[in-house]
Design a protein around this ligand. Sequence first.
Ligand code: NAD
Length: 449
Amino acid sequence: MNICMIGAGYVGLVSAACFSDFGWDVTCVEKDARKVEQLNAGEIPIYEPRLDVLVESNVRAGRLHFTTELASVAHAADLIFLAVGTPMRRGDGYADLSYVYQAVEEIAPHLSGFTVITTKSTVPVGTSREIERRMRHLRPHADFAVCSNPEFLREGSAIQDFTHPDRVLVGVDDPRAREIMDRVYEPLRLRNAPVMFVSRESAELAKYAANAFLAMKISFINEISDLCEEVGANVQQVASAIGSDGRIGDKFLHPGPGYGGSCFPKDVSALARTAREARSPLTLIEQVEKVNNERKIAMAHKVIRAAGGNVAGKTIAIFGVTFKQNTDDMRDAPSLVIVPMLQERGATVRVYDPQGRKQAEPLLPDVVWCGSVLEAATEADAAVVLTEWNEFRAVNLSALGAQMRGNVLVDLRNIYRPEHARQAGLSYVSIGRSEKARSASLAETSPDS
Ligand code: NAD
């Protein structure tokens, strides 16, 4: 099996490394020459745990290659995966498919023999059909089939997700293509991973529906956490109580500063717009998008309130700017809303992120970059946990307090215990864990009080 992977980003590179580890011959064609240079020099352009080892061993075994030259690779390929970006289109919130269609135009002249073209990128329902139409127009006599094989891996645990998937989803209409897709995933089937064959439309829509559902869970628990603060409940207790119900599940019930990343914001937006266009609006999902946008702004105001209502002239330490831990990905990270809001109001912002600095530097200008939590906290009036990196959990809170000028710690990921923060002399603000007793809260809001 000869595989061509178009795009060596988070999905393309991980998928290529894993497929080559299954024993297939894989060549990544990447248009960014710098990335290819880095990869051929043994450097991994992104941060993803264990990816360096996997890439290195498969390159050494001669099964994994990187190039900018598409022609001969596409010519030799049995299977071409499209793993290019599908970002949110500026202005209207639809998925921008220009990278997908450009890749289709680029591979068209080089198809030879029966070739399966498969989208790994997340693409709106109907895209496989449109790729087929365009390819047929460009190469009326070529022998090819188009499939949809959406990827469900998560950054930070991408290799584990790829090699131990909950399911592999393949949307396919053509029997020869089905056989090839079946073969390429055989190593996973042998490990009992469910490989599901469905229609192309179902596969395309299922990916968006899955992401929208998970985003909805996050927005749901974020709103519940606000309610907890008002009524004296504890969102951790509520989340574990409802999460232990098998029908609900305990994943994605962690309150925080709003979802971000390269997938949820753009996919929720694209799905909502697809649904409007199909005259079958998903009003619930439109609301999820609204709740999440407002969430990031509300969290900036929460920090400002905790810092005394005004951050002008104050120093705020920020721990973590990537959209989640174990990745350097900054796409749509809540920090990109929260940090500028603090800066606009006159705060000096000192930042430490274990892996995100390189990607974040161009996006967060005028912050002071630091090499550790304690360095960031130096002379800070308030410190804010924005990303739940594991190393933040082990911070000595007394040492943190001693380093700061003020004593306010805003924990937007609930990684500390309130009593530990209190014992360290910190004025601790977290999410959905109001300390006020329910009765006091109700008395405050009662019209009779
Ligand atoms: P990315 O931006 O990290 O990578 C895309 C890569 O494709 C870039 O390196 C780019 O230079 C390259 N590229 C673009 N056009 C090309 C062309 N014509 N020829 C060769 N290379 C080209 O994006 P990503 O995060 O890997 O996401 C890719 C797709 O996978 C998106 O549709 C995304 O929604 C989906 N997805 C992403 C994740 C994730 O966690 N990142 C998870 C599941 C699905």
